[in-house]
Design a protein around this ligand. Structure first.
Ligand code: ADP
Ligand code: MG
Length: 324
């Protein structure tokens, strides 16, 4: 069903950054301690994700190229997670249906692994693989067989900017994992694993910016807990690009959060200015819905006012103490 996969691909992978989102998520799910993302020409020529996760045996490696062949639905909670976090078992076959795809994987405790090649959704080779334990996935010539989609890609610089933003999100959400980003052969970021979220942010945005961040006090309000960092009034941008919020470890966007920030900063901001934000929300998974479309991260809170209020309080308190 390679046509069905191509259709699904349109939903799951709208651009190179989305391929990276899906593949890095898989690496993290596989328990990787180091994930390397390599791209050439804004990801249009090559995307290569290398991880040191659990790897797959041959049966699973072949199976994961079939649609809906997820290994991740085992319990009722998993089923609930589908509702919240989107499709399951779609990513690999979708990506493979619109690229020249190669997967090489080996489990830690076995001598020989498996290498699989798929060309535009058609299995074109299976052989032994003797590489390092973990998984390497290469996606070349994305959309080579879907000219209509290829036409929608922007310039390589724009696609790379999306890739870097996606990389930042993964890296900030997972400081305990080392991440490397290689762009056209040179290292753009190399981020060692750390227990300190601020250390990870420093690695991404630099010391100068980090010195100007104010730590949010940990606020708990009606089941919403807020932590993280915000830029003081002098550290804002003309877009929301650097306002990053994670809900239970996943990047999200929501008007309730935007309102909460605005309220928290109140008179401290000029119109059209958006303070740099790295915010981590935690709340019960039953207290919100995430649009099931995998590419969207819009969240609907059952009690948006509680979220807004929690964010506003955290920011207000941070500004009070930060300005003393
Ligand atoms: P999903 O992540 O929703 O299960 P995917 O199509 O993204 O669906 O992946 C299918 C399956 O392939 C996963 O459930 C997992 O078992 C396996 N898999 C994919 N990537 C990796 C990886 N990097 N390391 C180990 N297993 C992987
Ligand atoms: Mg996946």
């Amino acid at each position: 069903d390679s046509l069905a996969s191509q259709v699904a691909a349109g939903e799951v992978v709208e651009r190179p950054a989305a391929v990276i989102r899906e593949l890095v998520e898989n690496s993290l799910d596989a328990g990787a301690k180091h994930v390397t993302v390599e791209v050439q020409r804004g990801g249009t020529a090559l995307i290569r994700i290398t991880d040191d996760g659990c790897g797959m045996d041959r049966e699973d490696a072949l199976l994961c190229m079939e649609r809906h062949a997820t290994s991740k639905i085992r319990t009722k909670e998993d089923l609930a997670a589908i509702r919240t976090f989107g499709f399951r078992g779609e990513a690999l076959p979708s990506i493979a249906s619109v690229s020249r795809f190669r997967l090489a994987t080996r489990e830690r405790d076995v001598l020989s692994g498996t290498e699989i090649e798929v060309l535009g959704g058609k299995l074109s080779g299976v052989r032994d693989h003797g590489g390092a334990a973990g998984t390497v996935i290469e996606v070349r010539s994305l959309f080579f067989n879907v000219p209509a989609r290829r036409k929608f890609l922007r310039t390589e610089a724009t696609e790379y900017a999306h890739i870097e933003q996606q990389f930042r999100l993964h890296a900030i959400a997972n400081p305990g994992t080392a991440f490397t980003l290689i762009r056209d052969g040179s290292v753009a970021f190399h981020l060692p694993a750390t227990e300190d979220p601020l250390e990870r942010i420093r690695g991404l945005v630099g010391e100068d910016l980090v010195l100007r961040l104010i730590k949010l006090p940990e606020v708990e309000h009606l089941g919403v807990s807020v932590a993280g960092y915000v830029g003081g009034p002098g550290l804002s941008r003309s877009s929301r690009q650097q306002q990053i919020t994670f809900l239970n470890g996943r990047p999200i966007e929501s008007p309730a959060i935007n309102y909460g920030l605005k309220e928290g900063f109140h008179n401290a901001l000029m119109k059209g200015q958006y303070p740099v934000t790295f915010m981590f929300l935690e709340m019960d998974a039953h207290a919100f819905d995430i649009n099931v479309h995998p590419a969207k991260k819009e969240v609907r809170f059952h009690d948006g006012f509680a979220v807004r209020e929690a964010v506003a309080r955290a920011v207000k308190r941070a500004l009070e103490t930060g300005s003393k």
